[in-house]
Design a protein around this ligand. Structure first.
Ligand code: 2M8
Length: 426
């Protein structure tokens, strides 16, 4: 095992909590939805059974309506993170699982992860019936997105910045500024005990986050509330959904279910994604469904549609990725926001720093598109940047300095996966 693989494995072992992995001990003491899927992708190289368990434990927190919750809380650590289980009180709502969860969701990368976990040891996966258990859960999760979260465009809507996984992206600035309500209660910030204030969202951001979350909670997390002040279609969320439908078709094929509806939905989503193309910016971007406006920003989310095989604007996205806005190969990984925009901030959360999950997604996309050198370069950059800084949550794209938490699970998992699959000479 290489030094990177060994060090990454140690992080994953340290953050394992018996049936799932915390994103980082301290800052994130619970199970997060899309983190678990990314973590399983790395864990499969250590133990396919552990990777299956990671996903099984998230699936066991599925709501009756099909949603996979953003967070599954460990109530023994409820004072360690805000808002926690005592904010959501999910047990009040009918159709919720016996564990305490948030009501919001996160991006749908789970079918993609389940298929990769299966492929790491198909015999073991079949013996344990992993995909037979996962398939109905994943199918209901995707049905939830279609039935409860999609409007006329067919794309899924996020109703809170946290649902995008890219919490304080500039995409959300105008919609949050247009909100009339703000949170009136105390705003706890236990996160600031573990990360620098200028690496995290501001208190003003948090006021809006809590106000939106409390509103949704007080409507029993009912998606028929058309008055929600925050409703956007995000490119990465929908690209991951389309890519996960393709994975679900592979899973259906493997277990003898019908893959055709999943392929059809992937095609519909691929076509629908084009409504998020911003011709002047040369990228996909988020649409605010309240104002009807496409958000005028280049962010890494707008590049993630490269993962979807049939998009029309792949060549323009590749130009964008290599050009001055994201400077692939000249800065660390892929910045979360346009390097030359006035809103770029090299340190603050999703407003500039480079993240390892988006680098992994883009390395996958480049590899699938035959850009093997660029994919391998990104994979090696992930391994180097992770090792150099003790597996940081995110890094300054110019200086590579660590930002946020250290010994962060998806940084370890995805560096391990990349170096194992893409980084080694063939
Ligand atoms: C960050 O989000 C949480 C809320 O979900 C937070 O800021 O407290 C994001 O980076 C998100 O994408 C990630 O899933 C989560 C846990 O790593 O942290």
């Amino acid at each position: 095992m290489s030094a990177v693989a060994e060090a990454a494995s140690r992080v994953l072992i340290e953050n394992w909590r018996g049936a799932y992995t915390v994103p980082a001990s301290g800052l994130y003491p619970h199970q997060w939805s899309w983190d678990s899927a990314f973590i399983a992708i790395g864990l499969r190289h250590l133990s396919p059974r552990r990777a299956q368990l990671e996903l099984d434990s998230l699936f066991s927190a599925q709501w009756d309506d099909g949603r996979l919750p953003q967070i599954v809380f460990n109530l023994r650590r409820d004072d360690g993170y805000s808002p926690g289980g005592s904010f959501w009180h999910s047990e009040r709502i009918s159709g919720t699982p016996p564990v305490s969860t948030a009501g919001l969701i996160q991006p749908p990368n789970h079918a993609m992860a389940s298929w990769l976990v299966h492929l790491s040891d198909p015999a073991e996966s079949r013996r344990r019936g992993f995909l037979d258990r996962a398939y109905p859960r994943l199918a209901r999760w995707h049905d939830y997105l279609r039935d409860r979260r999609s409007g006329t465009s067919g794309l899924a809507q996020v109703i809170h910045p946290w649902e995008s996984g890219m919490d304080n992206s500039p995409y959300w600035d105008a919609p949050l500024a247009a909100m009339r309500d703000d949170y009136r209660g105390h705003i706890p910030r236990p996160d600031l005990r573990h990360a620098a204030a200028d690496h995290r969202p501001s208190n003003a951001d948090y006021g809006k986050y809590l106000s939106l979350a409390a509103r949704y909670r007080d409507h029993d997390c009912d998606d028929t509330d058309g008055e929600n002040p925050f409703r956007l279609e995000d490119p990465a969320v929908n690209a991951l959904w389309a890519r996960s439908e393709i994975a679900l078709a592979e899973i259906a094929d493997e277990i003898g279910a019908d893959p055709v509806p999943h392929r059809a939905r992937a095609t519909e989503l691929t076509v629908a994604l084009e409504s998020l193309w911003h011709p002047d910016l040369g990228t996909y971007t988020a649409r605010d469904l309240v104002s009807g406006e496409l958000q005028p920003y280049r962010t890494v989310s707008g590049l993630i549609p490269l993962l979807v095989p049939g998009i029309i604007h792949a060549d323009e996205l590749l130009v964008q990725l290599h050009g001055p806005h994201f400077a692939l190969g000249q800065v660390a990984l892929v910045p979360s926001h346009d390097l030359i925009a006035p809103t770029f901030d090299a340190s603050r959360y999703w407003r500039g720093p480079s993240w390892f999950n988006t680098a992994w997604l883009l390395a996958e996309a480049l590899h699938a598109r035959g850009n093997l050198d660029a994919a391998r370069m990104l994979a090696l950059d992930m391994a180097t940047s992770a090792m150099l800084n003790n597996f940081p949550e995110y890094i300054d794209p110019h200086s590579r300095s660590p930002r946020g938490a250290l010994r962060f699970s998806w940084t370890a998992a995805l560096s391990l996966d990349s170096i194992t699959r893409l980084g080694m000479p063939e």
